[in-house]
Design a protein around this ligand. Structure first.
Ligand code: SUG
Length: 439
């Protein structure tokens, strides 16, 4: 049963590590070469999925991708048996090698942008995998993500587009997109957030990841009418301060929008367009909460990751805010208190430990992709990618058997790790394709 929205989480892969690969993402930069804990990372992710399921919300997952990505290393000119490809690549250019090792596909808020059938001209659910062109390690995800999404969303109710391919169309998926509506089945207003308007040179220090051209292309491909779309430009100052995606400075769910005062360029104007269009579309006012910089500075927003909380509706129809543990810091605590006390539909606040992902700049919301679907569409989703308690137990057991407790950057070179990861993912795919039947 779907309550209108399915959350798909990315399963953390066995090579989860801190490569310091993401420019502009302060945590990724700070934690370069830190010892990682792949088993704990994957179990933390699964525990979050368990919590969401316990709230009565349908939960799916997207498998990790094969890493180290030997195919990429071969394409980059490293030849010979797998063992020598790994050794030579790591010896010759360790940073390049690291781009082939990242488990970054776990952050599926960057996997795709999804538009429900209620908003598309052809009445189908549209998904466009993000090309993630701004960073090499992330751009390698797009092809496999496309394949997974085609398996998860088969048949005529869904259309999975190929990722955008023009160099000027840098797309980071749902992390830069919000849909406002009264009900998931009713009409929605799509907020597409971009950092690079394409008409001026970006800051070379902290490149804006999403281009306006990409957001516009996705809106066109999905057949979203112009009265249901607003394009908001991220404030370049906050990008410089570490807000590399919109979901680090704003969040939304149904008719609720919570965002920081400094999130967008000419924010008052932009938000009044959003409010007006929302009212025209739904006949209802938007529930808008702006967090002022005096309550929470942009630096504190980045440190606490408050805006990367997951906002969702439980089976009883109550709105729940799932914050990362890191949000428990004085300034952010006060903001959470403000949300609790103000007149808005947020009913309860929960905290989840996702520290291993957080150390790479990925909070609860980064780890999930929301896909609004009708009951009929929900029934068409490949059930092997939807979770229940039994499947979740199987996945936990699988993680415990295959994942290392600790991993150093140096150990990524090891052929043994490569083999272990392959074995783990082969077994996972067998489990999925066999419908989780016990053999
Ligand atoms: O793209 N980190 C990811 C974090 C993505 C978070 N997603 C959202 N905000 N929706 C990124 O910056 C770090 C990988 C490394 O350094 O090894 C990384 O890619």
């Amino acid at each position: 049963m779907s309550n209108g929205e399915v959350n798909f989480d990315g399963l953390v892969g066995p090579t989860h590590n801190y490569g310091g690969l993401a420019a502009g993402n302060l945590r990724s930069e700070e934690n370069r070469y830190r010892v990682s804990h792949p088993r704990a990372a994957a179990l933390q992710g699964l525990a979050k999925m368990r919590l969401v399921m316990a709230l009565g919300i349908p939960q799916g997952f997207i498998p990790p991708q094969t890493r180290p990505n030997i195919d990429i290393l071969r394409k980059l000119g490293f030849t010979g048996p797998d063992r020598s490809v790994l050794m030579r690549a790591a010896a010759e250019n360790f940073n390049l090698f690291l781009t082939a090792c990242s488990a970054s596909s776990m952050w599926v808020a960057n996997a795709a942008t999804a538009t429900p059938s209620a908003d598309t001209t052809d009445g189908r659910v549209h998904l466009t995998p993000a090309n993630l062109l701004s960073h090499a390690h992330r751009s390698y995800e797009a092809a496999q993500t496309f394949e997974f999404l085609r398996q998860i969303f088969p048949g005529s109710p869904f259309i999975v587009h190929t990722p955008l391919s023009e160099p000027g169309q840098r797309d980071e998926g749902a992390a830069n997109h919000m849909r406002l509506c009264m009900t998931h089945e009713g009409p929605g207003l799509h907020l597409f957030v971009y950092g690079d308007p394409g008409d001026e040179p970006g800051s070379p220090e902290f490149p804006a990841r999403q281009t306006l051209a990409a957001s516009q292309a996705v809106a066109r491909l999905h057949g979203i009418p112009s009265e249901r779309a607003v394009f908001l430009r991220q404030n370049p100052d906050v990008i410089r301060a570490g807000v590399f995606h919109n979901d680090v400075i704003a969040m939304s769910h149904l008719n609720v929008l919570i965002c920081h005062q400094d999130a967008y360029v000419r924010q008052d104007e932009a938000l009044s367009e959003v409010r007006d269009k929302f009212y025209t579309l739904t006949g209802n006012p938007l529930q808008y909460t702006e967090i002022s910089r005096s309550r929470l500075s942009v630096e504190q927003a980045v440190e606490s990751y408050f805006f990367n909380s997951q906002l969702l509706t439980d089976a009883e129809g109550r709105m729940i805010l799932i914050c990362p543990e890191e949000t428990r810091m004085p300034a952010a605590d006060r903001v959470v208190e403000q949300i609790r006390q103000e007149d808005n539909p947020v009913f309860e606040v929960r905290y989840v430990p996702v520290r291993e992902s957080m150390l790479n700049g990925g909070g609860p919301a980064c780890l999930r992709l929301r896909v609004p679907v009708t009951q009929t569409e929900y029934a068409m989703i490949n059930p092997n990618y939807l979770l229940d308690d039994k499947k979740l137990n199987r996945l936990e057991d699988w993680v415990r058997r295959h994942y290392r407790e600790e991993l150093t950057a140096e150990e990524l070179r090891s052929y043994e790790l490569f083999q272990e990861s392959r074995r783990a993912l082969d077994e996972l795919m067998q489990m999925i394709n066999g419908g989780f039947a016990r053999v």
